[in-house]
Structures are given as structure tokens and as C-alpha cells.
Write a protein that binds this ligand. Structure first.
Ligand SMILES: CCCCCCCCCCCCCC(=O)SCCNC(=O)CCNC(=O)[C@H](O)C(C)(C)COP(=O)(O)OP(=O)(O)OC[C@H]1O[C@@H](n2cnc3c(N)ncnc32)[C@H](O)[C@@H]1OP(=O)(O)O
Length: 141
């Protein structure tokens, strides 16, 4: 996914529901949608200039999403308390047969600010070279 910062602390990113993302017949898998929300809300947190990890993520799957749809995710920071960053996001189908203004899924997530050394204990378990912390803009999905 590729992300763009919009007005305020908000990001927007698009994902095409490719056939390899199938869950039920003809529709996107809920786990893929969940991953995309995690990425989008994580990117919104990056606008704060600090690394985070996901502590809690809650998804409402409102409508089935046909394969081939182009999805637009929007995410924002709702508030912060100490290391806790509260985020929310929603997704619409913007291209494809089912395109409309309707929100097809929503997400709320709690992210925790971390120090880079958070990952140090895990380095020895990585098979190969860890890639380092991501930068804002593109994610691996
Ligand atoms: C990979 C990311 C890299 C960098 C960012 C790039 C973004 C790019 C996009 C990538 C996006 C993908 C990103 C990914 O996929 S990140 C990968 C998936 N997530 C993880 O691996 C995280 C694993 N968990 C942990 O490491 C720890 O549990 C963390 C760090 C989260 C907290 O352990 P820590 O010991 O540090 O903190 P604490 O226990 O003192 O708690 C502190 C406060 O937080 C509150 N609390 C904690 N957990 C929960 C919970 N579940 N619900 C509600 N509240 C919770 C707690 O009550 C307390 O509140 P308060 O007492 O202050 O009121």
C-alpha cells in the first residue's frame, strides 16, 4: 500500500482486493482487511514522528467486499494519553462494480509508542537481516 498525509493528522491509502486475497468465495479475506487497517492506522501514528506497535485492534466488517474492488482507507489520530495513541479508520470501495460512498468496514486501534530498542531482543530470532524500522509512505502490503 502507498500512503499520503492529508489535512490534520490523517492518512489515506489504497489497496486493490486482488484474487490472492480471497476469503469467502469472491470476497476479500477479513484478515487481509484487518492487516490493511493495521498498516493504515500505524502510518497515521508515524505522522507523530515516533515508532509504535499495535496493542489492540477492533474491526467491524459491515459489508462483503468483492474481489477486484479498489479500497480507500482513511485513518486518523483520535487522542493520546501518555504512550497510548488512539486511532480510527474506515474504508470505502472507490472503484469497481460495488463502488459507492458507503463505509464497508471500520476499525478502532490502540497503538503504543515504543523506543527502537523494543525490537532488540527479537533480532537473534530473525532469519536473515532485519530490514529496520519502516519510513512513512509505503508499506509491505
Ligand atoms: C512494526 C512497527 C514499527 C514502527 C512503526 C511503523 C508503523 C508502520 C505501520 C506498521 C503497523 C503495524 C504494526 C504492527 O503490526 S506491530 C506488531 C503487533 N504488535 C506487537 O507485536 C505488540 C506486542 N505487545 C507488546 O509489545 C506490548 O504488549 C506493548 C508494547 C503493546 C505494551 O507493553 P508495555 O510494557 O510497553 O506497556 P504497558 O503494559 O506498561 O502498558 C502501557 C499502557 O498501555 C495500556 N495497554 C497496553 N496494551 C494494551 C491493550 N492490548 N489494550 C488496552 N490497553 C493496553 C496499559 O493498560 C497501559 O495503560 P496506562 O496504565 O498507561 O493507562
Amino acid at each position: 500500500m502507498h500512503f499520503t498525509a492529508t489535512e490534520g493528522i490523517e492518512v489515506v491509502g489504497r489497496l486493490t482486493a486482488e484474487s490472492r486475497y480471497q476469503g469467502g468465495p469472491g470476497v476479500i479475506h477479513g484478515g487481509i482487511l484487518t492487516t490493511a487497517f493495521d498498516e493504515t492506522q500505524g502510518m497515521a501514528c508515524m505522522l507523530l514522528g515516533t515508532a509504535v506497535v499495535t496493542g489492540h485492534l477492533q474491526i467491524d466488517f459491515a459489508r462483503p467486499i468483492p474481489l477486484g474492488s479498489v479500497l480507500e482507507f482513511r485513518a486518523r489520530i483520535d487522542g493520546m494519553i501518555r504512550r497510548k495513541v488512539y486511532t480510527s479508520s474506515e474504508v470505502r470501495i472507490v472503484e469497481g462494480a460495488a463502488a459507492s460512498d458507503e463505509i464497508v468496514a471500520t476499525s478502532r486501534g490502540l497503538f503504543l509508542k515504543i523506543k527502537p530498542e523494543h525490537f532488540t531482543p527479537m533480532q537473534e530470532f530473525v532469519d536473515g537481516q532485519p530490514t529496520g524500522l519502516p519510513t512513512f509512505g509505503d508499506s509491505t502490503l
